[in-house]
Design a binder for this molecule. Structure first.
Ligand SMILES: C[S@@+](CC[C@H](N)C(=O)[O-])C[C@H]1O[C@@H](n2cnc3c(N)ncnc32)[C@H](O)[C@@H]1O
Length: 433
């Protein structure tokens, strides 16, 4: 049987199986989408994102409905049932169609011995409706450890964060300041019938009322705008860029912030964009090309300066470190399945190591902006505190901004259902000699 004969829900189940085994949606979804006709692809994407988003709630329900877990070799059928439960609970699709198609998909997956079980479980689920969530992990559909960590870190806000993580994120644009003012681009959108409003904090940001395909955006291919969350756009004003500066973007791929930097200050002497990942670095070049911008790209471990640094100090450094991505779960619901509690301490070690290494190549009088898309203090203000404790002369700059909350060593934005992602920024300055 050819791949293309697999029903969409069977493909969705195989994507979920891949995510469970550690692949991100950005890795395993694109090849899965290729197996379907163009017009079916958005539906597969919605199934996979939705099943990840509600995985922990649906998995709790399914565990309650199964007398014993399926055999390891039948695990795909477990995911097939999760996909069906997602639809029963969160979609408008008729339940008889969901049941029939799921039983049929179970057969095409070569598991005819399980069709009776699948049918029985889903019939009961339909008849009985969703059970009361047994605990917070199931109510908010997050892994236990994340719920507990957030409750501990954010005793006042943890429920708000968990709810924001389950909301649909808005589509936000950054208008290329070298091409259009925000007002001019808002008029173009209005003419195109695309409803949009300016973002509150980012000066070039525009939030769309409804997402659209990028090729519907006026002059997108010609570099008029990029898709970028409002919180991510805030890096440029913190960097305090000026003509003639040499700027380093130490963890650059896919280049969202590299491009924002180049658009916000046309007179920079040079922007060096580094990323360790050979797979991700080409995305930086693609974005630069579309926007007609220039940067020097380097594939390296930024912390290993012997390998790539030419000995010239940088006036400005953006350090957008690898992190748990716990602030952007609403856009990447697979994080809920991929991240482990034991990831955080090693990540913090990498973050502090990168910060120390980048500090050494910052010019006296220069400025370093540390950024994460995390809401865990261990990766955020605690890294800055640990750094300041041991780094003579490093000074914390407290920017006067309207957004986020002051953490004593940097500012935290929590994910906001109506606007920006969860993000952290700290601004450090090196005294003149
Ligand atoms: C948060 S993402 C960067 C997002 C990017 N700044 C943007 O705005 O589009 C972190 C990046 O750091 C890269 N990375 C991780 N460790 C690194 C290291 N030691 N040196 C350089 N890049 C690294 C990863 O490959 C990943 O692309």
């Amino acid at each position: 049987m050819g791949d293309h004969h697999q029903p969409m829900r069977a493909i969705a189940a195989s994507v979920m199986l891949a995510v469970e085994s550690g692949e991100s949606l950005s890795q395993c979804l694109p090849p899965a989408l290729q197996r379907l006709e163009l017009n079916e692809r958005p539906a597969l994407q919605a199934l996979c994102y939705g099943t990840c988003r509600w995985f922990h709630r649906l998995d709790g329900e399914l565990a309650g409905r199964l007398k014993k877990p399926l055999k390891r070799s039948d695990r795909i059928v477990h995911h097939l049932m999760l996909v069906a439960l997602f639809q029963l609970r969160f979609s408008q699709q008729a339940s008889y169609a969901i049941l029939n198609e799921t039983v049929e998909a179970c057969r095409t997956l070569g598991k005819p011995h399980l069709t009776g079980l699948v049918n029985g479980v889903l019939r009961a689920a339909e008849r009985e409706g969703a059970p009361e969530p047994a605990n917070a992990a199931s109510r908010y559909s997050h892994p236990d450890w994340m719920v507990e960590k957030l409750r501990h870190n954010w005793p006042e806000n943890w429920q708000q964060i968990l709810e924001a993580n389950n909301a649909q994120a808005p589509m936000t644009l950054r208008v290329n300041a070298l091409r259009f003012s925000r007002e001019a681009y808002l008029s173009l959108l209005q003419e195109a019938g695309i409803e949009a409003t300016p973002t509150r904090f980012a000066p070039q940001g525009i939030q769309l009322s409804r997402p659209v395909q990028v090729d519907q955006l006026p002059w997108f291919a010609d570099g008029a705008v990029s898709v970028q969350d409002e919180a991510a756009q805030l890096c440029t004003s913190l960097l305090d860029l000026a003509p003639g500066q040499r700027v380093l973007d130490a963890c650059a791929a896919p280049g969202g912030k590299t491009c924002a930097i180049l658009e916000s200050q046309a007179g920079l002497a040079e922007v060096v964009a580094i990323d360790e990942s050979a797979a991700r670095l080409p995305r930086v070049q693609e974005n630069l090309d579309r926007l007609d911008l220039n940067a020097s790209l380097v594939q390296a471990d930024a912390a290993d300066t012997k390998q790539w640094w030419d000995g010239q100090l940088f006036d400005r450094i953006l350090l957008d470190v690898p992190c748990s991505a716990s602030g952007v779960i609403r856009r990447n619901p697979d994080i809920k399945l991929l991240r482990r509690e034991t990831d955080i301490v090693p990540l913090a070690g990498i973050q502090l190591g990168l910060l120390k290494a980048m500090w050494a190549i910052l010019r006296p009088g220069g400025r370093l902006v540390y950024a994460t898309c995390s809401v865990f203090p261990q990766e955020n203000h605690r890294i800055i505190q640990r750094f300041l404790k041991h780094q003579d002369g490093a000074m914390l700059n407290e920017p006067e901004v309207q957004w986020g909350r002051d953490m004593g060593a940097g500012r935290q934005l929590l994910p906001d259902p109506g606007s920006h992602d969860g993000f952290f920024y700290a601004v450090l300055e090196k005294p003149e000699l």
